[in-house]
Write a protein that binds this ligand. Structure first.
Ligand SMILES: Nc1nc2c(c(=O)[nH]1)N[C@H]1C(S)=C(S)[C@@H](COP(=O)(O)OP(=O)(O)OC[C@H]3O[C@@H](n4cnc5c(=O)[nH]c(N)nc54)[C@H](O)[C@@H]3O)O[C@H]1N2
Ligand SMILES: Nc1nc2c(c(=O)[nH]1)N[C@H]1C(S)=C(S)[C@@H](COP(=O)(O)OP(=O)(O)OC[C@H]3O[C@@H](n4cnc5c(=O)[nH]c(N)nc54)[C@H](O)[C@@H]3O)O[C@H]1N2
Ligand code: SF4
Ligand SMILES: [Mo]
Length: 729
């Protein structure tokens, strides 16, 4: 209930990329309730359980309200509180000393799709423009990089072409590698309604029969990593059945004949053999896609997090270009963004190879344009792309990068092959961690801890999956010494001597500089967007002038962002996962999310209502596989790949394919990333977080790997069965 004197402040939910509009009910500098914004086009008032409990995460006991310095060894450190301004100055002095001694490329930033657009813009400018290194990357590398690469290759620019409003006019949904019901719940509710009340068809491609598949007309339990083969097989059938749009192909695309040749060998028989699906399932999927008038394809991490991720995304795009199902209401290849502002981060170019406004580091004209805007001499921006996330932490472990500033992400939880990440953080001369909460595993390695304000404690913008930009209005003051991320970075930069180039007085001023960099660019033009305008409501880009209402759909005129305006057909070459199960490591391990938790749980772990279904890490296994290993539900198991492993409890799940295990990523104890494979897609550099080979065995017996057979040998010795993985014991 709102009481007299309460104020209502509009914002956006800081969890997933659906980008639900929210209203904060504020009383005495406290957010007492969070409700859906009834006018916001992402959610029209609806929220999922995470959004509805947001008022609980701002004043939790684990909030960081002070700065700290490390005492003791990295990893086993004690942190002592210090004055914020002293911490900021110390950070500046130590960064400066490393740059003076080793050059700018010895320094790196690792940031996040959960920062505001303004914050990412400022950090990127400091790094690429002022310090002069492109060693900045973001957790988006683990998340959206394959989609970015595929859109850019096919359309000439990044940017999902669809709108959420397409859901209500689609007659077929092709959901691949996305557990939309748990990860984009409010969007899924709309899909579900269109399926159940308006008869739209739903196809779900996932090795698990997830909640998303509950109302599916067809569920394809694909073998992990085999999506490109399936997509090629579907195109093969669309060609065979004359379900392609030859007029669209002729007018708006290039490369069709070459592409068609590459799918010739993907007969239903061969596709079935690679994917583990039946010929009937493949034929049915092709028929549903081909017969529909308006198909919306939705994808996320089951596609992107693969060494074959770009090809998978291209395979989806190819289906839409070949059938002309793009640029029209209800149609299109729609990559769902994970984080609340991965889109904004892409807009400002926060990955190691990007510059603001969908520009590229490697392009001399792009560098010159950005240097001019930033008032820098020609040549100030390095032409060499920086290191992408996985390589960046390998460089820390190798000692070539000496200092890292980690902001709003928890790499000791979320990167693959945590062993290397840990070695990197231990070896670094300087680790600065800027976080809002005290229980990120990365903090243990921080030399300097900086306390960040939360989303409700500052102004800024987020862009959601469908290019909708929403303003976050400051509702309350941050606790203690916590400050908005951009102000902390600005303060350190000022101590380093860059203050005059970053002299912004507000987030709105930062946005004004950024939007100038997008004027006249196709398709990313936000020059008509300002904080003042966003106060009236969200705006979907492109928005090229202050009177422009925004744009629901890209490429509706059939003109793409390539030099000749035509989209490119590119082969979706199938390459199997980097590691396949064998006698020693007989299971596929795949990983992902559950509805109630957000990533490493620094926020959702604090809300009792979100912790009712699971309290510790678990591994899902098919009951028949469990029976063969004599495992029972709830039993602790050890699970190892060639790189490392962890301990979790068994959960029997008849809806998972045999031979496949699933682990949630949310528990920092019992974390599958000790096991996951750091192999990356060669184009996007996104790691293969969805497939590696593991063995598992009961944790109640001590296991050693026989060095000759590489087989786990069971030793009869007791072992602890508490929450801590053996790697952390
Ligand atoms: N509740 C909740 N929601 C979230 C998040 C969260 O932490 N919690 N995080 C947000 C973020 S950052 C992201 S990126 C999104 C992720 O959203 P999703 O991608 O929907 O989530 P995941 O669970 O990572 O993976 C999706 C599915 O991919 C399947 N999969 C695994 N391997 C393959 C494969 O080879 N092929 C196919 N076709 N499928 C495969 C898995 O079984 C899983 O069901 O969620 C966002 N929303
Ligand atoms: N095996 C496996 N690994 C994965 C994935 C997977 O599917 N499987 N998914 C990958 C994907 S898609 C993603 S996006 C990543 C996510 O991985 P991370 O980004 O590491 O996950 P979070 O727990 O969201 O980390 C955010 C950190 O920032 C802090 N924080 C929250 N708000 C703020 C703020 O406003 N300012 C600052 N400075 N700090 C803040 C939080 O306390 C937390 O420590 O995980 C990746 N890792
Ligand atoms: S669907 Fe996503 S954006 Fe909407 S309330 Fe839930 S977590 Fe927040
Ligand atoms: Mo993500």
């Amino acid at each position: 209930m709102t009481a007299p004197g309460d104020t209502i402040v509009r914002s956006q939910c800081p969890y997933c990329g659906v980008g639900c509009g929210i209203e904060l009910v504020v009383r005495d500098n406290q957010v007492v309730r969070v409700q859906g914004d009834p006018h916001h086009p992402a959610n029209y008032g609806k929220l999922c359980i995470k959004g509805a409990t947001l008022d609980r995460v701002l004043t939790t006991p684990n909030r960081l309200t002070r700065a700290y310095l490390r005492q003791g060894r990295p990893g086993a450190a004690v942190h002592v509180p210090i004055d914020l301004s002293l911490a900021l100055r110390t950070a500046a002095d130590r960064l400066r000393a490393i740059i003076d001694r080793h050059g700018p490329d010895a320094v790196a930033f690792y940031i996040s799709g959960q920062l505001t657009t303004e914050t990412s813009y400022l950090i990127n400018k400091l790094c690429k423009g002022l310090i002069g290194t492109n060693n900045i990357d973001a957790n988006s590398r683990l998340c959206m990089a394959s989609a970015v690469a595929a859109y850019t290759l096919a359309f000439g620019a990044d940017g999902p072409p669809c709108s959420y409003a397409d859901i209500e006019v689609a007659d077929c949904f092709f959901v691949i590698g996305s557990n939309t019901a748990e990860c984009h719940p409010v969007t899924y509710r709309r899909i579900e309604k269109q399926v159940r009340q308006h008869g739209a068809q739903l196809v779900v491609v996932d090795p698990r029969r997830t909640a998303t598949a509950k109302y599916a007309d067809l569920h394809l339990p694909i073998r992990p990593g085999a999506d490109a083969a399936l997509l090629n097989g579907l195109l093969h059938l669309l060609i065979r059945d004359e379900r392609i749009d030859r007029a669209y192909i002729a007018q708006h695309t290039v490369g069709w004949d070459e592409l068609a040749a590459t799918v010739r060998t993907f007969t239903p028989e061969r596709t079935a053999q690679i994917t583990g699906l039946s010929i009937e399932q493949i034929e049915r999927a092709a028929a549903l896609f081909g017969q529909s008038k308006r198909t919306l394809s939705l994808w996320s991490m089951g596609v992107n997090q693969s060494r074959n991720g770009v090809a998978k995304a291209l395979g989806i795009i190819n289906l839409h270009l070949a059938t002309g199902k793009i640029g029209r209401p209800g149609c299109g290849p729609f990559s769902l963004t994970g984080q609340p502002n991965a889109m904004g981060g892409r807009e400002v170019g926060y990955l190691a190879h990007q510059l603001p406004g969908y520009r590229l580091v490697a392009n001399p004209q792009h560098r010159a344009e950005v240097e001019a805007c930033w008032g820098l001499p020609p040549g100030a921006i390095s032409p060499r792309p920086g290191l992408p996330a996985v390589a960046l932490f390998e460089a820390l472990a190798a000692g070539t990068i000496k200092a890292i500033w980690i902001i709003c992400t928890n790499p000791m939880a979320s990167l693959p092959n945590l062993d290397t990440v840990e070695r990197g953080l231990q070896r670094a001369e300087l680790v600065i961690v800027q976080d809002s909460y005290a229980d990120s595993a990365t903090l243990r390695f921080a030399d300097i801890v900086l306390p960040a304000a939360q989303w409700a404690e500052q102004d800024g913008t987020f862009t959601a999956s469908d290019r909708q930009i929403t303003l976050l209005n400051k509702a309350i003051e941050p606790p203690g010494d916590a400050r908005p991320d951009w102000q902390l970075v600005q303060a350190v930069a000022t101590y380093m001597g860059y203050g005059d180039r970053l002299a912004y007085r507000s987030a709105a001023e930062i946005y004004d500089e950024f939007r100038q960099l997008t004027r006249g660019r196709h398709p990313l033009d936000v020059s008509g967007v300002s904080h003042a305008r966003l106060r009236q409501g969200p705006i979907q880009w492109p928005c090229p002038d202050e009177a422009h209402p925004g744009t629901p759909r890209l490429y509706s005129d059939g003109r793409f962002a390539t030099p000749d305006g035509r989209a490119r057909f590119l082969p979706a070459e199938f390459i199997p996962p980097g590691e396949l199960p064998d006698a020693a490591y007989p299971f596929w391990l795949t990983t992902g999310r559950v509805l109630e938790q957000w990533h490493s749980r620094t926020r959702t772990g604090q809300v009792p209502k979100l912790n009712q279904k699971a309290t510790r890490s678990y591994v899902e296994i098919h009951p028949d596989d469990a029976a063969e290993l004599a495992l029972v539900d709830g039993e602790p198991v050890n699970l190892y790949s060639r790189r490392g492993g962890c301990t979790a409890v068994v959960r029997l799940n008849p809806d998972i394919a045999r031979g496949v295990l699933f682990m949630p990523i949310h528990w920092q104890d019992g974390n599958p990333n000790w096991a996951t494979n750091p192999i990356v897609d060669p184009t996007s550099k996104q790691p293969e977080l969805k497939a590696c080979a593991v063995w598992l065995a009961p944790a109640s017996r001590l296991l050693v790997v026989d060095p000759v057979q590489h087989q786990p040998a069971v030793m009869l010795a007791p072992a602890s069965t508490d929450d801590t993985g053996p790697d952390q014991a």
